[in-house]
Design a protein around this ligand. Structure first.
Ligand SMILES: Cc1cc2nc3c(=O)[nH]c(=O)nc-3n(C[C@H](O)[C@H](O)[C@H](O)COP(=O)(O)OP(=O)(O)OC[C@H]3O[C@@H](n4cnc5c(N)ncnc54)[C@H](O)[C@@H]3O)c2cc1C
Length: 480
């Protein structure tokens, strides 16, 4: 029999004690959404059912007990750590859901500079881990713009990526082992080793599961030497995205590994670079880092490649460095942006995809043209590529619109989802992936079948095997 809201709260209090079961109405409303519907928090309008409670677990055992309780009673569970999700993964569409919050699991368990790895609980903010390892002259190499606020559990659950990905990779290249709790309460540990060939690599069932298969409790990531004194910044302006993609491709194919390799179009560039770039200019920028010899050779190699392109005009590297130093988003910047939206009703949104070198420019052009012609009230429209590979790159669309003739609660259906639809359609038409790093959440789940194609059954089989009662984050990745 379905448990009442009060009975769910009572059951959780028995497991965690009353102090760690949140039932405050305002907090529950705020926990019903994430940044996908951030206007609901900014304007105080709520459209989704509030969860029954937030269960603030303090240990793997408590997480296991909550998941056993949820499985026994068929209660939907929405895992949460830093709360910076952008794609609706934290939304509680199912009435009387439990939000399983790992924020109290915030212990750095081990930093091992000899084996170059660190182990931390899911609720450790990445910035805290990074600050700790920097004291030893090391870095995690992971630097998403949400680094000050996102936690390790969520970062692994979403397959996140950082600004230095071209050198260090995405989180999937950094995680060497982990611990997770599955529905029903079973605790699973995948040991820490440099590589394994003992069958399929089951880390990848957990990495990117977005809380739809299990709850990640502990993570071990690689460490690298931190040598900021060798950081070298390079920048150019140029007239077209097409030749910008060509330069990026050439750098990647030549085997250089700058930590940062980015290309901005004039629309997106106007937000960051109007103090040195003209209004029709694209901006191409790189950062080389690491050991002095490697950083020098990387910067010289890139400069040689760009020097063969007369359309590229060099930019003072100090300007690139200054811009780069202000790239992350801490709580103050997020609050200022929310206030800007509240007072101006001008909303900034982003959507990221990936594609091979042959397709990325076509997707970029087609999506930008369609958004411009199909979506009303756009004030800024553009994009950049920020993560490149030998076989392709990502495109991060960045767009602003005014809310016209609609309430903040209608923003998602009037503007945001139609833009996402255009970007997904154009990406799928050209064979790209509709999600490069934010996770599919609930927002892009309607396109999951098209994204996976003939391998979609494998995704459904995973869900059926690991979450047979369907209690884990219903509607996330696999549409409800
Ligand atoms: C300003 C800003 C900048 C951002 N920049 C980047 C960026 O540069 N790169 C990037 O990749 N992303 C970026 N993001 C997106 C977001 O920060 C990432 O997706 C991040 O990985 C989420 O981590 P979190 O701890 O906040 O997770 P949450 O928001 O709490 O959760 C995210 C998802 O993971 C699930 N989840 C959370 N914890 C667990 C767990 N312990 N076990 C299982 N599932 C769990 C949730 O159910 C949800 O589906 C940005 C977001 C913002 C708001």
């Amino acid at each position: 029999m379905e448990l009442s809201r009060d009975a769910i709260v009572e059951g959780l209090r028995e497991i965690l004690g009353p102090g760690h079961v949140v039932t405050d109405e305002q907090e529950l409303r705020e926990r019903s959404i994430d940044n996908f519907r951030k206007l609901e928090t900014i304007f105080g309008v709520w459209t989704l059912p509030a969860p029954a409670a937030v269960a603030r677990v303090g240990s793997t055992e408590e997480a296991a007990a909550v998941l056993a309780f949820a499985a026994e009673h068929g209660i939907n569970v929405v895992p949460r750590t830093g709360g910076t999700a952008t794609e609706g993964g934290l939304e509680t569409h199912v009435p009387n859901s439990i939000v399983l919050d790992g924020g109290r699991m915030n212990e750095i368990i081990d930093v091992d500079p000899y084996n170059m790895q660190a182990t931390a609980q899911c609720g450790v903010p990445l910035q805290v881990l990074e600050d700790r390892v920097r004291e030893l002259g090391l870095t995690t190499g992971h630097s998403p713009q949400s680094k000050p606020v996102a936690h390790l559990g969520g970062l692994v659950a979403t397959r996140s990526i950082g600004q230095f990905s071209t050198l260090y990779g995405g989180i999937e290249d950094m995680v060497v082992g982990l611990e997770a709790v599955f529905p029903g309460g079973g605790v699973t540990r995948i040991k820490n080793v440099p590589r394994r060939a003992a069958g399929p690599d089951i880390r990848h069932v957990v990495i990117g599961n977005e809380g739809a298969l299990c709850f990640i409790t502990e993570v071990t990531v690689k460490l690298f030497p931190y040598l900021p004194e060798n950081n070298t910044f390079l920048g150019w302006t140029l007239g077209s995205m097409k030749s910008g993609f060509e330069v990026l491709r050439e750098v990647m194919v030549a085997g250089y590994k700058p930590s940062v390799a980015r290309l901005y179009d004039p629309g997106d560039g106007s937000i960051h670079f109007s103090h040195f770039a003209g209004e029709d200019d694209c901006v191409l920028l790189f950062m080389a880092e690491g050991n002095a010899g490697i950083a020098r050779a990387t910067a010289e190699g890139i400069a040689e490649i760009v020097a063969r392109r007369p359309e590229c005009t060099p930019v003072d590297s100090g300007l690139i460095e200054a811009w780069f130093n202000d790239l992350t988003w801490g709580p103050d910047k997020i609050t200022r942006e929310d206030e800007r939206i509240r007072t101006t009703r001008n909303v900034n949104r982003t959507t990221e995809i990936s594609a091979d070198w042959s397709s990325v420019h076509d997707i970029y052009e087609a999506a930008i043209a369609r958004i411009r012609s199909e979506i009303p009230d756009i004030t800024i429209l553009g994009g950049h590529s920020s993560h490149s590979y030998i076989n392709g790159t990502n495109m991060y669309f960045n767009y602003f619109y005014d809310l016209v003739d609609c309430g903040p609660e209608e923003e998602v259906t009037k503007y945001y989802l139609p833009i996402i639809a255009v970007i997904c359609e154009e990406t799928l038409r050209c064979g790209g992936s509709i999600v490069h790093h934010h996770g599919i959440g609930k927002a892009r789940a309607p396109w999951a079948k098209d994204e996976y194609g003939s391998s979609y059954w494998m995704l459904e089989a995973l869900k059926g095997a690991f979450d047979p009662a369907g209690i884990m984050n219903k509607g996330t990745i696999i549409p409800a």
